[in-house]
Design a protein around this ligand. Sequence first.
Ligand code: RB5
Length: 145
Amino acid sequence: MNQTIAIGSDHAGFELKGTLVRELTELGYAPLDLGTDGEESVDYPDFAHAVARALKAGKADMGVLICGTGIGISIAANRHPEIRAALVHDALGARMCRQHNDANVIVFGGRMIGSEVARDCLDVFLNTEFEGGRHQRRVAKITPS
Ligand code: RB5
């Protein structure tokens, strides 16, 4: 079965979200678009929480989030203990956040990144495995007990 990828953005990420939904479809994934649905001003935490809850409920395998800078929506998503959301600007970051951090959500700043770079990052993110080993020990320490 195709991997399901939950994707959400605020108004500032709406245009890039459309590009990435098309990219996911072309790459053979099943995008689960959780909004927003237009350019009208909305609040980025609502979409961070929607994507986080979809992953937690097992409705999606990985997530994509976009706001203007990628910062606010990352902060909100990372309030969920089961989410490791990584704000990425280039393919190296996209690869490292999988290999070392086992990131399950990739985040973009829609006002910061070009659509070709974001598409490339998304492809790398979805095709890179977590290395485990010493990184597993560190990832296990992220959420304080
Ligand atoms: C919206 O104007 C903007 O604040 C938001 O998209 C994001 O950049 C917040 O971190």
